[in-house]
Design a protein around this ligand. Structure first.
Ligand code: PMP
Length: 450
């Protein structure tokens, strides 16, 4: 490895960073993280902080899990790669698919299609729903419905169902036939409805209205995150996902739960769908499936949907879709080890307890600081603060001040993620009580200083 001077000199000079302007990264070089232990990260200047971001909502087991590391290294020695396109497979992939199937059996999941990440998984789910309807003799069911503020990755399918302008405008035209309904965001919504349960009812009526308007038998699927993550940790009313499920069932529309963030314990349950008592038809997963030790995702299919494919008489069941690294043996070994560690450590229980601690601590700061407009979370370790310059008008705090707060939180001991006017948190699910307190105290110091 080159020395620190080389790294600083070349930082962002050759590397274009995702989700940012190349010129900005050159002008304000990103923090170089050199080492990580447990839930802590260390930067090139030796500053160590609690990783309140968990990598990117993904390092669920923290950074020091030797079981996962060993499984990866053993698999590298045994078989570093072989294709899983129809006709060949590998032992690690078979084992991992069973582990995932068992992990999500309670959600009604029957089959597993491996991918390389979340965006792949979303696009795979979208495609599979079109296959499904074609097999069932309804090839005209091609449209997709989703929530504004939803985030579903950056492939063209995912970007098309995405509900945030930033990821859409600039890449249009996107996939035709994608339509969006209001997000379950009690703090800001076009109905001015602050009661989450009543807002859920209004959005349910909107979904029915949109389905009727489009023509029920033109719609393939509805996709949603059980708790909207990147859109600002929007926690819907407990009735919301159930209402969406009922409407999808009523109209023969498949429900895709995008569990890329929510899956594997982050919400305090093993899936976000289970947290709300819903069984989706498909799930997209990634991140926590390997806790980021290797890039893997998966599209998961319910028993009922799987049977339609497996008992096909129409000749339309072939999945002409897949990735070179689908069921990659090293990734698969990481999946099996990660799931077994996730269950052994019962990370969902810690996520629930520490999530409540973090939420309560930040709600305490809301009493103290007027610039905190909204604190969202309390369902596991997905948390956000929305900053305002005026509580009465809910005017968003300017982006520069939000970024200054983030920098000061870092100086005071925790990495958190700015997405103005929000700052988001999603630490490893193994985080300790003392480390959560460091995060809360760091916010207290940082906000106090601005
Ligand atoms: N869906 C959701 C809900 C996500 O949060 C993300 C990533 N944060 C994705 C899809 C895309 O995943 P990836 O970045 O691994 O492609």
């Amino acid at each position: 490895m080159k020395d620190d001077n080389f790294l600083k000199e070349h930082n962002a000079k050759a590397l274009w960073h995702p989700m940012g302007a190349p010129g900005d990264s050159m002008a304000n070089p990103p923090t170089i993280i050199t080492k990580a232990e447990g839930s802590r990260i260390f930067d090139i200047d030796g500053h160590s902080v609690v990783d309140g971001v968990g990598g990117l909502w993904c390092a669920n087991l923290g950074y020091s899990n030797d079981v996962v590391k060993q499984a990866i290294s053993d698999q590298l020695a045994q078989l570093p790669y072989y294709s899983a396109f129809a006709g060949s497979t590998n032992p690690a992939a078979i084992e991992a698919s069973v582990a995932v199937q068992e992990f999500f059996a309670e959600d009604g999941i029957g089959r597993v299609f491996f991918t390389s990440g979340g965006s792949d998984s979303v696009d795979t789910c979208l495609r599979l729903t079109r296959n499904y309807h074609r097999i069932k003799g309804q090839p005209q069911r091609t449209k997709f419905l989703s929530l504004k503020k939803g985030y579903h990755g950056t492939h063209f399918g995912g970007a098309s169902v995405n509900g945030n302008n930033r990821f859409r405008i600039g890449y249009e035209p996107l996939l035709p036939g994608c339509f969006h309904i209001t997000a379950p965001y009690p703090y800001r919504n076009p109905y001015d409805e602050a009661d989450p349960a009543r807002l859920a009812q209004k959005i349910a009526a909107e979904l029915v209205d949109e389905i009727e308007f489009q023509g029920p038998d033109t719609i393939a699927a509805f996709i949603m995150e059980p708790i909207l993550g990147a859109g600002g940790v929007l926690v819907p009313d407990p009735s919301f996902m159930k209402l969406m499920r009922e409407i999808c069932t009523r109209y023969g529309i498949l429900m895709i739960a995008d569990e890329v963030i929510c899956g594997f314990g982050r919400t305090g349950d093993w899936s976000g769908s289970r947290h709300w008592g819903v069984k989706p038809d498909l799930m997209s997963v990634a991140k926590g499936i390997t806790s980021a030790y290797f890039p893997v995702g998966a599209a998961l299919v319910s028993e009922e949907v799987a049977e339609v494919f497996e008992q096909d008489q129409s000749g339309n069941a072939a999945i002409w879709h897949g990735y070179t690294y689908s069921a990659h043996p090293v990734g698969a070994a990481a999946v099996t080890a990660c799931l077994s560690e996730t269950l052994r450590l019962d990370t969902k229980t810690n996520a629930a307890a520490r999530g409540t601690q973090l939420y309560d601590g930040l709600m305490g700061l809301k009493e103290k600081y007027d610039i905190i407009g909204d604190v969202r979370g309390g369902h596991g370790l997905m948390t956000a603060i929305e900053f305002v310059s005026d509580r009465a008008t809910k005017t968003p705090l300017d982006a520069d001040t939000v970024k200054t707060i983030q920098k000061r939180v870092y100086e005071a001991g925790a990495m958190v993620r700015p997405a103005p006017p929000n700052i988001m948190m999603s630490p490893p699910l193994i985080i300790t009580e003392a480390e959560v307190q460091i995060m809360i105290d760091a916010f207290d110091t940082a906000i106090g200083s601005v």
